[in-house]
Design a protein. Sequence first.
Length: 251
Amino acid sequence: MGGSSGKPASFGGALTLPPLNAGLDYQLGGPYTPAASVKIVSRDRKAQPAAGLYNICYVNGFQAQQEENDFWLKEHPELVLRDGAGKPVIDADWDEMLFDISSADKREALGLVMAEWIAGCASAGFDAIEIDNLDSYSRSNGRLKEQDAVAFVRILADAAHAKGLAIAQKNATELVSRRAEMGTDFVVAEECNRYQECDDYRDGYGDHVLVIEYRRSDFQAGCAAYPQLSIVLRDVELVKAGQAGYVFEGC
């Protein structure tokens, strides 16, 4: 297994990683007061961090949030991935447009936009960022390649590190072996117990793996198999505390 020194060696220990084996909450559906057991929380970049905790800033770096479609189509239409008919390529599961990271010029242009978002995370007081949909190339109908994703996340990693933020690899076990190229520091893994991927992440990142499970059986299996990891059970819609369907439990 990989090491778990607590600091990414390539940055001289300057960055702070999430505390090991600490209570975790995943609040992408909206912020609320974390349970007393929680020491790490992930929130959307438009939310404020939770006082006194380790805060991760969620950025959808490879696909457009639905409410931001107009911004991208009006301000940066050339950065939206298109199909043969010129229509945006859509992730059917989340109904999100994919960004076009197929060339260095487009990656650079997208990186400038994302760098402003990352700077906003730093200014707000977040400690790290997680970049979602790293594996969007697998939903691009062959228009994007794995190397495109690796190259783009490195741009975002450099932007994060320049602001003193750590950066997580989000999912995509097939890219763990390319950690050095990506410049990523820890992992945010959804359902790695369900898909038996947790050891794959630990091979590259040691115990710096934050796990979100959406099924109780997978959560319980993970707590038993990996007592050294931060694991949380959440409802798949990630609703706020007090709303119908809310689920939260930590090991």
